[in-house]
Design a protein around this ligand. Structure first.
Ligand code: SF4
Length: 75
């Protein structure tokens, strides 16, 4: 599983991420970015491209190997 975080204070709505990984990132209007907080391993390559393409480095991608049940304290 891949965990995604976007620093929305940095995000300028350039939409590079929405173009490169549309399954994860969607731009609503001109500046509101919506994204899935978690994605499948299959999205990893696209996420890496989106992360690299973000002009303001707002995207953080974390690969989580442990099953999500093992993660606590994040709710
Ligand atoms: S590429 Fe970066 S700045 Fe552009 S919409 Fe995505 S997160 Fe925001």
């Amino acid at each position: 599983m891949v965990r995604i975080a976007v620093d929305l204070n940095r995000c300028q709505g350039y939409a590079q991420c929405a173009f490169l990984a549309p399954e994860v990132f969607t731009l609503h209007g001109e500046e509101v970015l919506l994204y899935a907080p978690e994605a499948d391993e299959a999205q990893r390559e696209k996420l890496a491209q989106a992360t690299a393409a973000c002009p303001v480095q707002a995207i953080l991608v974390d690969v989580v190997d442990a099953p999500s049940e093992a993660v606590s304290g994040d709710r």
